[in-house]
Write a protein of this length. Structure first.
Length: 308
């Protein structure tokens, strides 16, 4: 990798696929999760409150096409030539029957100026018949399937009530990538019990072995009303909440050990203030990214520097 670039970023990845600007528009299609409805458990992941990433226009009583049109209105005033990726984001967006899923995805793609789909889901919710359809869909539009990995450690996965193992993630990511589908992953940095440098570097090794196209990181956030927030209030010493400068150096260590061709979509998430218990950095994504890039230059760091 050219050290002047420092890491493979998502905007350059999109620019290589599209001759115009594209923006993701979130869709809330009313899904649930198997660890919420009793199939695998109840309560969902201990850190999860989906209100933290649903924009105002994402309301399940609105049809998918209406949600997308309202999302387009927000961006089109400033960028009239913008095109869009429908981002099925809330909960597990492959957790329904095939016929229902196909109808939802095709409804999104029928909206003018929607040029592709991003589908967020769990690795234990990708049946072969759905992969068959997604393989065909991938031939006619841009498609990225993004799996919530969260951790590569089964003890941590059990602690946060994920309801699946890392072996399940490995198998599903490989099945998806073997179909030629762009495959993304998402991990949380600093989960309780997995906040030491050695544990995180072991995670980079495991992730780098997977045929992932993209990877999202974000810091552990404690969200009001979640089981993890309750655990924190009872035993705060079990948690290490990074300061922003500390987290920047952790991310740099992480990125230096990642496979150099992984596209890094983001490094933080900022939940609404009214829901966020801690840590409250008060930084927008672009502000954090600017500080990260400055620190990478100071450290002469780049993605894959120590990748073996």
């Amino acid at each position: 990798m050219d050290k002047r670039v420092r890491y493979k970023d998502f905007s350059a990845f999109l620019a290589a696929h599209f001759p115009f600007k594209v923006q993701k528009l979130s869709v809330n299609a009313g899904f649930t999760c198997p660890n919420r409805d009793g199939t695998k458990g109840y309560g969902g992941c201990t850190y999860c409150n989906n209100q933290t990433f649903n924009p105002e226009y994402c309301r399940t009583e609105k049809p998918i096409a209406v949600q997308l049109e309202e999302g387009k209105q927000f961006f089109s005033r400033k960028y009239p030539q913008m095109k869009y990726l429908a981002y099925f984001q809330a909960y597990t967006n492959t957790y329904a029957g095939l016929e229902q899923l196909v109808q939802m995805y095709e409804e999104a793609l029928a909206v003018p100026d929607v040029v592709g789909l991003v589908i967020g889901t769990r690795p234990d919710c990708m049946p072969e018949e759905l992969l068959d359809y997604l393989s065909e869909l991938n031939e006619r539009t841009f498609l990225l399937v993004e799996y919530g990995i969260e951790s590569t450690n089964d003890v941590i996965l059990q602690r946060i009530n994920r309801g699946h193992t890392f072996a399940c993630t490995q198998e599903t990511v490989r099945r998806t990538a073997e179909r030629g589908i762009r495959t993304g992953g998402h991990v949380i940095v600093g989960l309780p019990g997995e906040d030491g440098k050695q544990a995180l570097l072991e995670q980079t090794k495991a992730l780098s072995l997977l045929p992932l196209t993209t990877l999202k990181l974000h810091q552990l956030q404690l969200i009001k009303g979640t089981r993890m927030a309750y655990e924190y209030e009872r035993n705060p010493s079990d948690f290490h909440l990074y300061s922003v400068d500390e987290y920047i150096d952790v991310v740099i260590d992480y990125v230096e050990h990642l496979r150099p061709d992984l596209v890094l979509e983001r490094f933080i998430s900022q939940s609404p203030k009214e829901l966020l218990l801690a840590p409250d950095w008060g930084l927008k994504n672009h502000e954090f990214t600017a500080r990260l890039q400055k620190r990478m230059c100071e450290r002469d760091a780049w993605q894959g520097k120590y990748y073996i």
